[in-house]
Design a protein around this ligand. Structure first.
Ligand code: PMP
Ligand code: GLN
Length: 383
């Protein structure tokens, strides 16, 4: 294995999901729902296969999906992207992030990311031989946010891009307009590209709305906007994502993408096009249901002795384990199957500087109520 990848090992999701299977534990670790996406959308995938949509789609993706993405961006956010030249379908948001970083960064360039960050960011930056510069999100008045001065201080002449994930995994923060304005102004002052990971764009709570960074003045032209179907439609296994950006940026990302995977699987693309066009009410109901599940899990985890931080989006709850007398989340989560028959994710693995997140553990609530209840019952034996 090349030196630059030696620190990465096996992803925490693979480790923890394997542990859940081995020990028969309830898996509140890796974020995937235990119920299916909209039935008509699933049927659409079956029909697509039966109708012969089984050969390579065009490199940029099935036109019908690119059109549906374009219509969705316009209707939901007032953003206009041409299905031909400004939209690229990818193998999930993961490939979109990797291809974007590989396309935009020279070796030695710096990429700013808010810490804790989704684990693929550091790996993508390492693959590009670029350097990830973390800016830490810290709890303030009940939500994780960043210090604008710290963000500004992170920019150097080598900074090429800022990776912005909102709604944010793993903290559940949905960046507000003030936070986005700080990022947008900095990008424009310092000539940076924003790569936005918006896979949880529909999963927000309490009336909080997701604002795409590309909707801020001057940002559409310098933003690579990424999303995917996995979270929105509860089909994480379909690995269907997309990039929206001005032609020069999409061409750059596509130049890399075509040699990573050439194109993405065909049947899902037709089904996701149906989803974006006809299943948004289903998605709203999903988000409303998740809000109830969030409250259910938060209440249970508080009763079990965790300090719980309220997420405004995603399907993850962040907990501080210190009130229970634990100090290290990695140690706790590795022992949790034996202690309680539950699997969770040690948030520290999403930090460039793990000590900053040592006492946090992430729990997923995209699970049936009875699964959440059983996990909580088990966790109550911890204290
Ligand atoms: N970004 C974030 C923040 C995520 O939580 C995930 C996990 N689904 C992804 C990207 C990956 O998305 P996909 O499965 O579409 O590659
Ligand atoms: N995005 C999901 C999570 O954060 C799972 C991602 C993965 O398994 N790679 O849990």
């Amino acid at each position: 294995l090349v030196t630059r990848m030696r620190n990465f090992g096996t992803t925490i999701f693979a480790e923890m999901s394997a542990l859940a299977v081995q020990t028969g534990s309830i898996n509140l670790g890796q974020g995937f729902p235990d119920t299916d996406g909209p039935a008509a959308m699933l049927d659409r995938a079956t029909q697509a296969i039966a109708a012969g949509a089984n050969q390579y789609p065009p490199g940029p993706g099935v036109l019908e999906l690119r059109q549906a993405v374009s219509e969705h961006r316009a209707a939901r956010y007032g953003l206009s992207y041409d299905p031909v030249g400004e939209i690229l379908v990818t193998v999930g948001a993961t490939e979109a992030v990797a291809a974007s970083v590989l396309a935009l960064c020279e070796p030695g360039d710096e990429v700013i990311a808010f810490e804790p960050f989704y684990d693929s960011y550091a790996a993508s930056v390492a693959l590009a031989q670029a350097r990830l510069v973390p800016v830490t999100l810290r709890p303030s008045q009940g939500r994780f946010t960043f210090d604008p001065d710290e963000l500004r201080a992170a920019v150097t002449p080598r900074t090429r891009a800022v990776l912005v994930n909102s709604p944010h995994n793993p903290t559940g923060t949905v960046f507000n307009r003030d936070e986005l304005t700080v990022i947008a102004e900095l990008c424009q002052e310092r000539g940076l590209i924003a790569v936005t990971d918006e896979v949880y764009e529909h999963l927000t709570f309490d009336g909080v709305e997701h604002i795409p960074l590309a909707t801020l003045p001057g940002m559409r032209e310098r933003t690579v906007m990424i999303s995917s179907a996995g979270k929105t439609f509860s089909v994480t296994g379909w690995k269907t994502g997309w990039v929206c950006a001005p032609p020069a940026l999409v061409t750059a990302v596509q130049t890399v993408k075509q040699f990573l995977t050439f194109t993405a699987s065909a049947p899902w693309q037709l089904a996701v096009a149906h989803g974006l066009r006809h299943e948004l009410d289903w998605v709203s109901a999903l988000a409303a249901g998740l809000q109830d599940k969030r409250d259910r899990l938060m209440e249970g985890l508080s009763a079990a002795g965790f300090e719980v931080l309220r997420p405004s989006g995603t399907y993850f709850v962040q907990t501080d384990i210190r009130p229970l007398g634990f100090t290290d989340g990695l140690e706790l989560t590795r022992g949790l199957p034996a202690l309680a028959g539950v699997v969770a994710i040690p948030t520290q693995v999403f930090y460039d500087r793990p000590e900053r997140g040592r006492h946090y553990v992430r729990f997923a609530f995209c699970k049936k109520d009875e699964v959440i209840d059983e996990a909580v019952t088990r966790l109550k034996h911890l204290s």
